[in-house]
Design a protein around this ligand. Structure first.
Ligand code: UT7
Length: 333
């Protein structure tokens, strides 16, 4: 955990997001797998999700979100020192998706690398970037959560294919001062004993896709939903409480919580446990489903652009995902 009291303060200068145009509704899914709009909506809160076009890669989604964030921040590609892309659906195993984004933006002097922390990835990126800025060596960082999960979805598996979607969100972090908002506290954590309950089992070096196993679609998201559900609620509650306490905030002083968008029942349970009313918790998963590393970033941008976050407001971002990983940040806007 870090409470940013001694080093250079770090603030969010701009946010952006990008969603592919194609919508895939629950009704559409009824003709693909044995499911119903009623089941999906009542169990998850999801009504629709976006699907990237053929040839539209994770780096393309990331680049568009980045451009929006940079425009809002008033920062040009030349001024970027650092680009971190959080993703579990990279364009290629190597090089990093961030390298494609650096080239797309023409951000020639920016260091660029990826973070793989699943749905917590955007907040892991925030933690790393704010430390690098806070130490004084970097000034302007672009952090992006971007996913093309449709490329890693088994469209025959109703347990998972109804949950995920594609999209990207971004934020520009920069040096703050006494007159600006700042990231107040952060917490990230990992439990590597639970790698088996949420993963993409194939396609890596442990289980390459071969002619013999290709029909098993092992390079697709697999999840033991109920187990993940319970752990998600507990981990996000604990991470949120930790950053709220470290920042010296109270539940009453928080204007908005922006949680990972996986399941409305998880979001409601967290709000309940934090004693934060539902109207102070931002939800957009009905439109986009679970976009993993992009979810918190897209939600933050939408909340900001809808005027739900204003200068001086205290907000909490919180996520949870495969790893298992969890992360939270308390921010004064
Ligand atoms: O982003 C990373 C973190 N991920 C999460 O936090 C996700 C956490 N988990 C969840 O959100 C929920 O566990 C799910 C939405 C994935 C599943 O909801 P659930 O209430 O836990 O349902 P379940 O998996 O226990 O399945 C209940 C029933 C099963 O049928 P039986 O065995 O009771 O006859 C499933 O086969 O629902 C069935 N089912 C479906 N039925 C219609 C599963 N998927 C579907 C479907 N349509 N799409």
């Amino acid at each position: 955990m870090s409470a940013n009291t001694s080093k250079i303060p770090v603030r969010i200068a701009g946010t952006g997001s990008y969603l592919p145009a194609k919508e895939l509704t629950n009704k559409d899914l009824e003709s693909i797998v044995d499911t119903t709009d009623e089941w999906i909506f009542s169990r998850t809160g999801i009504r629709s999700r976006r699907i990237a076009a053929e040839g539209e890669n994770t780096s393309d989604l990331a680049t568009e979100a980045a451009k929006n964030a940079m425009e809002q921040a008033g920062i040009t590609a030349d001024e970027l020192d650092l680009i971190i892309v959080a993703t579990i659906s990279p364009d290629t195993i190597t090089p990093a998706t961030a390298c494609y984004v650096q080239h797309n933006l023409g951000a020639k002097s920016a260091l660029a690398f990826d973070i793989s922390a699943a749905c917590s990835g955007f907040l892991y990126a925030m933690e790393v970037a704010q430390r690098m800025i806070s130490d004084g060596n970097f000034k302007n960082a672009l952090i992006i959560g971007a996913e093309k999960l449709s490329a890693f979805t088994n469209w025959d598996d109703r347990n998972t294919c109804v949950l995920f979607g594609d999209g990207a969100g971004a934020a520009v972090l920069t040096r703050g001062d006494e007159t600006t908002g700042r990231i107040l506290s952060t917490k990230i954590g990992t439990d590597g004993s639970q790698t088996g309950i949420l993963n993409i089992p194939g396609g890596g070096s442990a289980c390459p896709t071969t002619v013999d196993n290709a029909d098993q679609k092992l390079a697709s998201l697999a999840m033991q939903g109920r187990e993940v559900f319970k752990l998600a609620v507990n981990a996000m509650k604990r991470a949120s409480e930790a950053v709220i306490e470290e920042a010296g905030l109270t539940a009453e002083s928080i204007k908005l919580v922006v949680p990972h968008q996986a399941n409305l029942r998880i979001i409601d349970a967290i709000a309940d446990r934090l004693t934060i009313p539902n109207e102070k918790v931002f939800v957009n998963l009905h439109k986009y489903g679970n976009t993993s590393a992009a979810a918190v970033a897209i939600a933050l941008d939408e909340a900001h652009r809808e005027g739900k976050i204003e200068r001086g407001d205290n907000i909490v971002l919180v996520g949870f995902g495969a790893g298992l990983t969890w992360a939270a940040a308390a921010i004064q806007w």
